[in-house]
Ligand binder design. Structure first.
Ligand SMILES: CC(C)(COP(=O)(O)OP(=O)(O)OC[C@H]1O[C@@H](n2cnc3c(N)ncnc32)[C@H](O)[C@@H]1OP(=O)(O)O)[C@@H](O)C(=O)NCCC(=O)NCCS
Length: 162
């Protein structure tokens, strides 16, 4: 992506009509975490906020979560494999956290495979702190790292999109 394209990235909340784009990016980035029905629920339910970054009509990054009272449980963060290490993961996750704060989240949490060094580094970079390990949590036997982030009061929140 050129510098000019990076400047022109569009940031929007994910909606039901983005289903195909989300499924395609899920397939390219995560090997198909969710099927069509699961993505449909993810995009349709009000308590499941999501954010997408778009470049010239193509979805290049997305992040989504489930809001449980005042906790935002991050479920997906994915960047197009051809567009990584340009700050898109950081940008889309920050936008989701800001969006979650405006919906009442005071904390964010997630589980990530300890072997996923890129994601663990991204989350630590954004201030997530380790809170425990679930041994053998994933199907391939990988451990899951549990992380938490306390979100600042909403007035101090960075502006996200949406
Ligand atoms: C994890 C992921 C979202 C990161 O997206 P990205 O756009 O490449 O990340 P960014 O460019 O915003 O990186 C932000 C920071 O995260 C860390 N980071 C990101 N990728 C990294 C890597 N491969 N190795 C080490 N640190 C990394 C760095 O601290 C980086 O800051 P820097 O570039 O200034 O050093 C991306 O690799 C991805 O989509 N992976 C597959 C899907 C996945 O595993 N999602 C998480 C579980 S749902």
């Amino acid at each position: 992506m050129t510098g000019e394209q990076l400047q022109k990235l569009a940031c929007f909340p994910l909606e039901p009509n983005h289903l195909q784009a989300c499924q395609d990016l899920d397939q390219r980035s995560l090997g198909g975490l969710w099927n069509q029905e699961q993505w449909h629920s993810e995009l349709a339910e009000e308590r499941r906020p999501g954010i997408g970054l778009w470049c010239e009509g193509a979805l290049v990054a997305m992040a989504s979560g489930w809001l449980v009272v005042d906790e935002l449980h991050i479920t997906v963060v994915a960047v197009d494999p051809l567009q990584r290490r340009q700050g898109l993961g950081r940008q889309v996750l920050q936008a989701l956290l800001s969006h979650g704060q405006r919906l009442g989240a005071e904390r964010a949490t997630l589980e990530v495979a300890t072997s996923n060094t890129a994601a663990v580094a991204l989350y630590r970079d954004l201030g997530f702190r380790d809170a425990g390990i679930r041994r053998g949590y994933y199907r391939n036997g990988d451990d899951a790292l549990i992380q938490w982030l306390r979100l600042p009061p909403v007035n101090d929140a960075q502006q996200g999109c949406g």
